[in-house]
Ligand binder design. Sequence first.
Ligand code: MRU
Length: 356
Amino acid sequence: MREDIMQVDTVTLDDEKNALVIIDQTLLPGEVRMLSLTRQEDIREAIYMLRVRGAPAIGVAAAIGMYLAALKIEAQTYDEFYAKFMPAKAFLASARPTAVNLFWALDRMEHVVLVNRGKTVEEIRRLLHDEAVAIREEDIDVCRRIGENGLTLLHSGCGILTHCNAGQLATARYGTALAPIHLGRERGWNFRVFCDETRPLLQGARLSAYELSADGVDTTVICDNMASQVMKNGWIDAVLVGADRIAANGDTCNKIGTSGVAILAKHYGIPFYVCAPLSTIDTTLPSGAGIPIEQRPGEEVTEMWYQRRMAPQNVKTYNPAFDVTDAELITGIVTEYGVLRPDYTRSIAEIFARKA
Ligand code: MRU
């Protein structure tokens, strides 16, 4: 199964069973188990527990979840349907606060309901199905384009450092930060990739290292505190990371530890690239200061993965899941529309204008 992980869909809709189908990422790399989820409680739990995770994959899962919720809504009229749709949307939206793709996808689903007021409930359900499928298919296309654009910044044989998992397991396919690497592999390129293990949930060691090595990439796992040393050794030509939310000025929220990597990259003169779709850019926020940062249970730091607790019982814990990297530390933001460069307030506004 190991080599086949690149052939397995991270997140998809089973039309026959009306189910969200995901890989349970909490079990990787030891076990590839697919989950088929139909209940809203289970879909929300899967997002909260990181069974499905990564900003784009969370968005796709939420869109499919919203369609499945719509199937179960009992309503004769449009107004009755909409009145029941909104609490279901709020329920999924409460799963995790930081990745804007969750809210972006749910808003797209709501928009379908809002602009089809004159249609029957049955027709609206069909349109919601099509929108969820479109969000997933668009993600595949967008990630591939991010990969193409990212490849222009790399060369075969180069050394790359990545943090967390912004790979195929975090999207419908290819990934964002790891998309250039997977696309490079398709063309016979080689890379030497260093994966920060990414404390405390080990997305780098468990997930990035898993999918990269399965794709034949020369993969090395390091503890997070070894990044400076591998940079100093001259082994890193570029840093590639993903994003959960990017503010209008380019400040980028990503997995906790990302900002430290960016500061190190600046110190060593290594380019630091954020790879993300436009759906991850939140233009309503002028800077990263307004991004809500998820706080997770302290047990993830003190106990998880250990056979016994590794901190005294009486100490406090602090476990923010994300941090914000200042825009000034970012060499470029690789999107499906090209590589954005500073000044990001200008280049982000321009790219949205071009898209519109
Ligand atoms: O807590 P996670 O595992 O959902 O965090 C994921 C990340 O921080 C990723 O880097 C980000 O979502 C980009 S995924 C393409």
